[in-house]
Write a protein that binds this ligand. Structure first.
Ligand SMILES: [Zn+2]
Ligand SMILES: [Zn+2]
Length: 151
């Protein structure tokens, strides 16, 4: 893969809210849960886990929506309502960014998939690791190492 030029910009559907990432993701994922199906209006959501200190809102003021807590804070463009990123309450290390917003689409491919117990029967992803629920905490470090080392 050629090197991405950081910071890498991303925008919502209408362009009024802009984000930037200054580092590659720690990992990428697809989530098949019913909540993601509803909120993405699609079969699953896509995530790039961006180190928190490498993530910035550079234009506009995203508003909270979606589930509205208590464990997940979903952020949206106030104008077009695009779901842009999610902060997991109690997790300071990374922000879950929707990689389809970025100008460079290289991190849309999910490395893991979660909540396959709720997967639509026809929905398939190229993820290398599948979890019926969410990966246990002790799997995260090895998964992130494997992601960084992937070809
Ligand atoms: Zn989900
Ligand atoms: Zn917008």
């Amino acid at each position: 893969m050629t090197e991405a030029a950081f910071p890498l910009a991303g925008v919502c559907r209408c362009g009024r809210t802009g984000i930037a990432i200054a580092a590659p993701p720690l990992m990428t994922a697809a989530c098949h849960c019913r909540g993601c199906q509803r909120m993405s209006a699609s079969a699953y959501s896509l995530t790039a886990m961006i180190p928190a200190d490498a993530f910035k809102v550079v234009r506009g003021a995203p508003v909270e929506g979606g589930l509205g807590g208590p464990q997940l804070d979903h952020f949206f463009c106030p104008s077009c309502k695009t779901w842009m990123f999610t902060r997991i309450v109690g997790v300071e290390a990374f922000v879950n960014v929707r990689p389809t917003l970025l100008e460079d689409l290289r991190w849309c491919e999910p490395f893991i998939e979660t909540m396959t117990a709720e997967r639509l029967a026809w929905a398939r992803t190229p993820a290398r690791h599948s979890y019926a629920g969410f990966p246990p905490a002790e799997d995260l470090e090895p998964l992130m190492r494997a992601f960084a080392a992937r070809s």
